[in-house]
Ligand binder design. Structure first.
Ligand code: MGD
Ligand code: MGD
Ligand code: MO
Length: 797
C-alpha cells in the first residue's frame, strides 16, 4: 500500500486549546473516517446518563451534563470506532503478514474495523477466516496443554467491568496470576504510592471538589490533549478566581489558554480563559526537587512563625522579618496578608499524620542551590508557589504521567501527598488528590480483580463463590511479562485489547521474543503491530466496541466502567455493529474459558445472556463497593465508590496518613556528561496511545510528521546542531546494547535546557526494560538519558 507523502511543516500554533481549531479537527476526522456525524445524534449521547461512555479518556461524567458532553479527542475516538472503513476478508486475502510488517502503525489501523475471526496460516503467511467454535476449541486445547505459569493474560484499560471480572476469573481458574495490564505502564506508581501515603489505591477527588477548591496544583498532565473535558472544570474554577499552579517542562497550550468550543459566545468573541496563573517549567524528573522546594519554603516559614512566638511573620513595624531575601519577603508578607495563624496545619498534622518530623528535617536539610539545579526552577519560583499554596484554604493536587512514568514515580506521588498533608488538603471539600487516569476503564479493571498481586484480589471470596483454589503466587506485571517473553518463560499471550508490542519498552528487541511465542491470541477492534508480528499459533479475534449495540439472548446489554474520580457508570451501545460476525468481549472471554476449563461452577452462558448477572456476581464478590450495582447502574453522574481517605480514615499500617520522605532528589545514572539530554516521551494531539489518528500535533505546531525531537534553542547551538537538522537518538545508559532511533528532525522548543521531548511509540525502542521504577515497575517513559548524533538517514515516517 502506498502511503501518501506528507510535507512536514513546523510552525508555532497561535490559537488556544479548544476554539475553532478544535471544531475544525472534529470535522476533519469525520471526513477521514467516513462518518456522517452531521444529522446523527450519536455524539449527543456521549457521556450522558443512558448514553454510551466515551472510549477515549477516563475523565468524570457529570450528573448535570452540558448539551454536548464530548471533546475534540472524544469525538475522534468515537469516529475511529464507528468508522465505515473495514479490514475485511478481501484485505487479509491481499496481504501476507510479512508485507503488513512493513506498514506504519497509522496505516494498519486506518484499514478500519476487523470483521471476522482469523487464524494465521503458515503456508500462505496470511490471516485466514476461522469459525468462532474452531478458534475457541484450539485455544482451549493449547492452553490446557500449557503450564499456567507460562501463560500471560494482558488487559488494555478499555474493557468493561463485566468483561474484566470474567477475564480475571478465567485466568485464575485456569491457574495463572500473570495479569499484566496497561496500568503497569501508566498509573501503577499511584497504585503503589497512594496506599502507602493515604491508604487509598486511587485518587480521592470528586467533581464537586473543583467547585469548592481555591487553588489547584496541576502537575505533569497535558489536559488539552489527554483529557480535554477536564478543561471545563478548570475553566469554571478559573472563572471563580481559583489559582492554577502548573508544573510541566513544556508550555502545553491547554494549560495556558482555552476557548470553550461549545460556548457560542466564547467562539464568536474569541474570549480566551487563561488557565494557569503560575507556570513552572520544571526539568523532567525534577519534580521531587521542585516539590521539596515548595515544602521547604512552607516549613521554614512556619518555623519562623513558631520561633517568633507570634502568629505573623512580620516584625514590629509590620515589615517581614527576613529582609535579605526578596522572595521570602514576598512570601512572608503574603501569608501575613492572608492572616494565616500558621503556615502549616499543625492540628491536622498531629491528629492525622505520621512521619512529619523526619520529612520536615529532610526538607530543611536540602540546599536551595541543589533544589534549583535539579528542578530547573529558581528558589523564588518555588517560594512563590509555596505562597500561593499557603494562602489557599482548599488545594487540589491534580497529576498525570509526567510524575508516574519515572524511575522515582512512587516517590513523586509520595511528594504530592506530603505537600497536601502539610495543610490538611485531603478529605475536605475542595482539597483532594486527583490522579488523572488514562484509558476509560483502567481504574475499574483493578477494582474488579485485574492484578498480578494475589494480595489485591479477594481470592478467598472467589474460591468460596466458584469452588476452586485460586493461585496464590505473585504473577507477572508488564515489564516482567516482557522479560518472560524475551527469555521464553512466557509461551502464550492472550490480549484483551491494546497494542502490547508497541506500548512496552525496548520494542525492537521485544519483537524477537514475541515471534517465539507458542500461542498469541489478540481480541481487538482494529489491526495493529501486535497482530502482524505473532506467535507460532496466532488468532486475531474481532470484538464489538463499546459504542455498538450489544444484543444478547435477553436483549440489548449495557456495560459499566469507573472514571478517574471513582464513580461507576453504565453505558449502552448505540450503533449497528461493524460486522455481523463480531462477538462481544464477555462472549469471547466466556468462549475461551469454557473451552479451556471444561465444566465449572461459573454460569458463563447465562452471564453472557444477561450482563446484569455478571454485575450481580461482581456485587457478591465486592458487596460494599458495588452495593445495589444493577439498581444504581445509570445514576446520573455515576455512583460513588467509597474511599475511607475521603473521610479522613487512613487505612495504612500506621493508621495515619504518612509523610514519606524520598531517599534522594533525582535518580543516579551510570553516565553523566554534557552531551546527554533527558528525554520525555509525549503524545500528540492526534493520537490515542499507539493509535495514530494523523501526523500532526496542532498545539505544538507540528504538521505532517511525528519524527521530531523538541529541544531548547540554546541546547541546539551548544550541541553543535541547527534548527531542522536530522539527528539519531541513542540511549546513553546500558551502552552494551545499542538502542537507536533514526532520523528525527530537530524542532527548537520552549523546554528547559538539558531536556528533550519526542513522540511515543516511535521512541520506545530506546527504553531498556530495566529502566523502570523498582517499586511500581512503571517504565520511566518520562526520563531517559539520550545522546544526539547527526543522521545519515533521510527523514521518513
Ligand atoms: N487524545 C488522547 N487522550 C488520551 C491519550 C492519548 O494518547 N491521546 N492517552 C490516554 C492515556 S492511556 C493516558 S495514561 C493519559 C495520559 O495523559 P497525560 O498524563 O497527560 O500523559 P502524557 O501526555 O504522556 O504526558 C503528560 C505531561 O507530562 C509532562 N511531563 C513530562 N515529563 C515530566 C516531568 O518530569 N515532570 C512534569 N511535571 N511533567 C512532565 C509532559 O510535558 C506532558 O504535558 O491520557 C489518556 N487520554
Ligand atoms: N514511551 C511511552 N510508552 C508508553 C506511554 C508513554 O507515555 N510513553 N504510555 C503508556 C500508557 S499510559 C499506556 S496506557 C499504554 C497503552 O498501551 P495499550 O493499552 O496496550 O495500547 P493502546 O494503544 O491503547 O491499544 C490500541 C489497540 O486497542 C484495540 N482496541 C481498541 N478498542 C478496543 C476495544 O473496545 N476492545 C478491544 N478488545 N480492543 C480494542 C485496538 O485494536 C487498538 O489497536 O502505553 C504505554 N506506553
Ligand atoms: Mo495510560
Amino acid at each position: 500500500m502506498a502511503t501518501k507523502r506528507r510535507r512536514a511543516k513546523i510552525k508555532p500554533y497561535p490559537g488556544p486549546a479548544g476554539g475553532w481549531g478544535s471544531a475544525k479537527s472534529v470535522a476533519e476526522i469525520a471526513i477521514r473516517e467516513h462518518v456522517a456525524f452531521k444529522g446523527s445524534s450519536l455524539l449527543m449521547e456521549q457521556n450522558k446518563p443512558e448514553g454510551y461512555m466515551c472510549v477515549s479518556c477516563a475523565w468524570a461524567k457529570p450528573a448535570k451534563t452540558h448539551p454536548l458532553e464530548f471533546c475534540e479527542n472524544g469525538a475522534k475516538a468515537t469516529a475511529w470506532e464507528v468508522t465505515s472503513r473495514r479490514a475485511d476478508r478481501a484485505f487479509f486475502d491481499r496481504y501476507t503478514l510479512s508485507e503488513l510488517e512493513q506498514w506504519p502503525d497509522h496505516d494498519l489501523e486506518e484499514q478500519g474495523r476487523l470483521t471476522h475471526p482469523m487464524r494465521w496460516d503458515a503456508t500462505t503467511d496470511k490471516y485466514v477466516p476461522v469459525s468462532w467454535a474452531q478458534a475457541f476449541q484450539e485455544i482451549g486445547r493449547e492452553l490446557h496443554a500449557l503450564d499456567p505459569h507460562h501463560v500471560d493474560f494482558y488487559t488494555s484499560g478499555r474493557a468493561s467491568l463485566e468483561t474484566s471480572y470474567m477475564y480475571q476469573l478465567f485466568a485464575r481458574m485456569y491457574g495463572s496470576n500473570n495479569m499484566p495490564d496497561s496500568s503497569n505502564m501508566c498509573h501503577e506508581s499511584s497504585s503503589v504510592a497512594l496506599p502507602e501515603s493515604i491508604g487509598a489505591s486511587v485518587g480521592t477527588a470528586i467533581l464537586s471538589d473543583f467547585e469548592n477548591t481555591d487553588c489547584i496544583f496541576y502537575i505533569a498532565q497535558n489536559v488539552g490533549t489527554s483529557s480535554p473535558r477536564l478543561l471545563h472544570d478548570l475553566q469554571d474554577a478559573v472563572d471563580r478566581g481559583v489559582k492554577i499552579v502548573t508544573f510541566n517542562p513544556l508550555r502545553e497550550r491547554g494549560l495556558e489558554r482555552f476557548v470553550n468550543p461549545q460556548s457560542p459566545t466564547q467562539m464568536l468573541t474569541g474570549k480566551e480563559t487563561k488557565i494557569s496563573s503560575e507556570y513552572y517549567q520544571v526539568k523532567n524528573g525534577g519534580d521531587i526537587a521542585a516539590l521539596f522546594g515548595v515544602c521547604k519554603a512552607l516549613i521554614e516559614a512556619d518555623d519562623a512563625v513558631q520561633a517568633s512566638g507570634e502568629s505573623r511573620v512580620s516584625g514590629e513595624d509590620g515589615k517581614p522579618k527576613d529582609p535579605d531575601n526578596a522572595a521570602m519577603v514576598a512570601f512572608a508578607a503574603s501569608i501575613a496578608a492572608a492572616d494565616k495563624k500558621h503556615v502549616l496545619d499543625h492540628d491536622f498534622i498531629k491528629e492525622h499524620t505520621a512521619g512529619f518530623e523526619a520529612f520536615a528535617a529532610a526538607a530543611r536539610g536540602h540546599q536551595w542551590d541543589e533544589l534549583e539545579r535539579i528542578s530547573g526552577l529558581s528558589r523564588d519560583q518555588m517560594k512563590q508557589a509555596a505562597a500561593t499554596y499557603a494562602k489557599s484554604d482548599a488545594v487540589m493536587m491534580v497529576y498525570g504521567m509526567g510524575l508516574t512514568q519515572q524511575l522515582m514515580g512512587v516517590q513523586n506521588v509520595h511528594m504530592v501527598c506530603n505537600l497536601a498533608l502539610l495543610r490538611g488538603n485531603i478529605g475536605k471539600p475542595g482539597a483532594n488528590i486527583c490522579a488523572v487516569r488514562g484509558h476509560s476503564n483502567v481504574q475499574g479493571q483493578r477494582t474488579v480483580g485485574i492484578t498480578e498481586k494475589p494480595g489485591l484480589a479477594p481470592l478467598d471470596k472467589l474460591s468460596e463463590l466458584y469452588g476452586f483454589e485460586p493461585p496464590r503466587w505473585t504473577g507477572r506485571s508488564t515489564v516482567e511479562t516482557c522479560e518472560a517473553i524475551m527469555n521464553g518463560q512466557c509461551r502464550a499471550f492472550i490480549s484483551l485489547g491494546g497494542n502490547f508490542l508497541r506500548a512496552v519498552p525496548d520494542t525492537t528487541a521485544m519483537e524477537e521474543g514475541w515471534r517465539r511465542l507458542h500461542l498469541s491470541v489478540q481480541i481487538a477492534t482494529k489491526l495493529n503491530r501486535s497482530h502482524v508480528v505473532h506467535g507460532e499459533i496466532a488468532y486475531l479475534l474481532p470484538c464489538l466496541g463499546r459504542i455498538e449495540l450489544d444484543e444478547q439472548a435477553t436483549g440489548p446489554q449495557a456495560v459499566s466502567m469507573e472514571s478517574s474520580i471513582a464513580h461507576f457508570h453504565g453505558s449502552r451501545g448505540k450503533t449497528k455493529p461493524a460486522s455481523p460476525e463480531l462477538l462481544s468481549e464477555p462472549r469471547i472471554v466466556a468462549g475461551m474459558a469454557k473451552a479451556t476449563l471444561g465444566e465449572t461452577k461459573v454460569p458463563w452462558d447465562s452471564w453472557v445472556q444477561n450482563y446484569a448477572e455478571i454485575r450481580g456476581a461482581i456485587e457478591r464478590t465486592y458487596p460494599e463497593t458495588f452495593k445495589d450495582f444493577n439498581k444504581r447502574l445509570f445514576t446520573p453522574g455515576g455512583f460513588v465508590r467509597p474511599l475511607p481517605a475521603r473521610e479522613r480514615k487512613w487505612v495504612t499500617k500506621s493508621g495515619k496518613a504518612n509523610f514519606l520522605t524520598p531517599e534522594k532528589l533525582f535518580p543516579e545514572f551510570s553516565v553523566q556528561s554534557n552531551d546527554i539530554l533527558h528525554l520525555a516521551t509525549l503524545r500528540s494531539n492526534d493520537q490515542f496511545n499507539t493509535t495514530i489518528y494523523g501526523y500532526g500535533d496542532r498545539f505544538r505546531g507540528v504538521e505532517g510528521t511525528r519524527k521530531v525531537v523538541f529541544i531548547n534553542p540554546e541546547d541546539i547551538i551548544r550541541l553543535g546542531f541547527v534548527d531542522g537538522e536530522t539527528v539519531d537518538l541513542t540511549t546513553a545508559i546500558d551502552s552494551n546494547n545499542i538502542r537507536k532511533v533514526m532520523a528525527l528532525r530537530i524542532v527548537p522548543y520552549d523546554i528547559p535546557m538539558g531536556c528533550c521531548g519526542a513522540y511515543y511509540p516511535e521512541t520506545n525502542p530506546l527504553f531498556p526494560l530495566a529502566h523502570h521504577d523498582p517499586k511500581s515497575k512503571t517504565p520511566s517513559y518520562k526520563l531517559l538519558p539520550v545522546r544526539l548524533s547527526r543522521s545519515t538517514e533521510i527523514p521518513r515516517d
